[in-house]
Design a protein. Structure first.
Length: 429
C-alpha cells in the first residue's frame, strides 16, 4: 500500500492536467453493425487476467449485442499502478475508458470525487438482493451505488481436518477454541506451529486484523462515518492477535504475506491457516503435502461478538461519468450481462473466481468445475468491506503501522488503538 502522500500528489498532478491537456476521447462509435445501425464501442479496462474469463465474457456479450462492441484494455498488473492511471485519466476528464474494473477499496474514493456514474437508476433493490450483500455494501457510498461487484473474495480459516479427526476435535468456532486447539495440536503429525497467517506490514495485515476486531464486536467507523476504533472490544481483539504471534505462529510470521504463510501450511507445518479461497485449490496442487487433508470454515467469533467475520476482497465494475448517454446505456448492458447467470458462470468456470450472484453456489455446472465453492458460501455471506471511505488509503496506513508495532513488540494494544483513533480522526475530519 502506498503512503497517502503519494496518492495525494497523484491527484494534484492529475487535477493540474485538466488545465494543460485536452481530454482524450473515444466518443466515435466505430463502424456500423450488420443491420446498418450505429455500433457503439465500449472500452473495458481491467488488470492482467491470466485466465480466459475476461476474453470469454467479452466474446459472449458481443455475440448477443450486434450494435455494441466491448473491447478490452489491459492495465498494469499491480493494482496501485492501475489505480494511479485511473486517477490521472478521470481527474483530467478523460473519456478513453468507459468501464473500469475497480478494487474493492476504490469505489468510495472514486465516488467522492464524482468520477463514476451512480448506478441506482439502473439496478433495482431486487437486482442487488440477488448478489452477495458484502460486495454490494462495498460498492456503495453515501447512498449511491458507485459500482457493481463482478467477483469476490473473503478471508477464511483452513485447517488440517485429518489431525482434528484423529484427535477427536471439532473445528473452532471461537477465539478461545482456536487458541486452545492451536496450542494442543501444534507439533502433532509433523506440524510445528498451531496457526499461520499474514502479519507483515502491508494491506493484508489490515484484512487479518479487521476480522478479529469485527468478530469481537469492534469497528473502525460506524455507519455515520464516526471513528469508533478505540474501544475495549478492539483492544481485546488486538491482544488476541498478538497472542497468536507469540504463542502459536512461526517466529517469522511478522514478515509473512500470503505466499509465505501458505507455503508453511502446504508443507504440513501448521494446523490452522488464515488465507483467501485460492489457497484451497493450492492445497490440492502438486506442490502440496496436505492434499485431501484440508477443511475450511468461517473465521471464529470473539468473546464480545455474535459471529465470525471475513474481510472482503474482489473486483467491481464502474462507469465513467464523462461519457455520453448512449455509451452509458451500452456500458450498463455489459455490466448487467456480467452479473447475469451466464456472465457469472463465465467468471466462475473460466476464471475460477468466486461469483457474486448467490444462485451460482448451487449451480451444478459451477460446482462441477469448482466443487469447493460450496464451502465458501457461508463465509462470503458474513464478509464485510474494509472501512468505506474516500480516505481509505490513509486509514489503512495508520492501521498497518500501529498494529505491526504491536505484533513486533513496539507498542501495547492500548497504545496502538489510541494512536489509530487519533490519526483516523485527523484523516477523516
Amino acid at each position: 500500500m502506498k503512503k497517502w502522500l503519494r496518492r495525494t500528489m497523484t491527484f494534484i498532478f492529475a487535477t493540474t492536467l485538466m488545465a494543460t491537456v485536452g481530454c482524450s476521447s473515444n466518443s466515435s462509435s466505430g463502424s456500423a453493425s450488420s443491420d446498418g445501425k450505429e455500433k457503439i464501442k465500449i472500452v473495458w479496462a481491467h488488470g492482467k487476467d491470466d485466465t480466459p474469463q475476461s476474453k470469454k465474457l467479452v466474446e459472449a456479450f458481443n455475440a448477443k449485442h450486434k450494435n455494441i462492441e466491448v473491447v478490452e484494455l489491459e492495465m498494469p498488473q499491480k493494482s496501485d499502478a492501475q489505480h494511479d492511471d485511473y486517477v490521472t485519466k478521470l481527474a483530467a476528464g478523460d473519456t478513453s475508458i468507459d468501464v473500469f474494473s475497480l478494487d474493492i477499496i476504490w469505489p468510495a474514493e472514486f465516488g467522492a470525487a464524482g468520477w463514476l456514474e451512480p448506478l441506482n437508476n439502473y439496478f433495482s433493490k431486487e437486482d442487488l438482493e440477488k448478489l452477495l450483500p458484502g460486495p454490494v455494501e462495498g460498492t456503495q457510498y453515501k447512498g449511491k451505488q458507485i459500482a457493481i461487484p463482478l467477483y469476490t473474495d473473503a478471508g477464511v480459516l483452513f485447517y488440517r481436518k485429518d489431525i482434528l479427526q484423529k484427535y477427536g476435535k471439532q473445528p473452532p468456532k471461537t477465539f478461545e477454541e482456536l487458541m486452545s486447539l492451536a496450542k494442543e495440536l501444534q507439533g502433532k503429525e509433523g506440524t510445528k506451529y498451531g496457526f499461520v497467517f499474514q502479519a507483515n506490514q502491508y494491506e493484508g495485515l489490515v484484512c487479518d486484523w479487521l476480522e478479529y476486531v469485527w468478530a469481537n464486536g469492534g469497528n473502525v467507523l460506524d455507519k455515520d462515518g464516526k471513528v469508533v476504533v478505540n474501544s475495549p472490544n478492539t483492544i481485546e481483539a488486538t491482544k488476541f492477535m498478538k497472542d497468536l504471534v507469540t504463542q502459536v505462529a512461526p517466529p517469522g510470521v511478522t514478515t509473512y504475506q500470503e505466499p509465505e504463510s501458505l507455503a508453511v501450511f502446504l508443507e504440513g507445518k501448521a494446523v490452522f491457516h488464515r488465507n483467501w479461497p485460492y489457497a484451497w485449490k493450492a492445497s490440492s496442487g502438486p506442490e502440496s503435502k496436505i492434499k485431501g487433508k484440508v477443511g475450511v470454515i468461517p473465521m471464529p467469533k470473539g468473546p464480545k461478538g455474535t459471529s465470525g467475520a471475513a474481510t472482503l476482497g474482489g473486483w467491481n465494475l464502474g462507469i465513467n461519468k464523462n461519457i455520453d448517454e448512449k455509451k452509458k446505456e451500452a456500458a450498463v448492458k455489459f455490466i448487467k450481462f456480467a452479473v447475469s447467470p451466464e456472465g457469472q458462470k463465465i467468471v466462475a468456470i473460466e476464471g475460477g473466481r468466486l461469483p457474486v450472484l448467490k444462485e451460482m453456489y448451487k449451480d451444478p455446472e459451477v460446482l462441477k468445475a469448482n466443487p469447493y465453492f460450496a464451502e465458501f458460501f457461508e463465509p462470503l455471506m458474513a464478509a464485510k468491506p474494509r472501512p468505506v471511505s474516500p480516505k481509505y488509503p490513509e486509514i489503512s496506513d495508520s492501521i498497518q503501522r500501529n498494529i505491526h508495532k504491536v505484533l513486533t513488540g513496539g507498542l501495547s494494544a492500548e497504545e496502538a488503538v489510541a494512536n489509530i483513533q487519533k490519526e483516523i480522526e485527523t484523516i477523516v475530519k
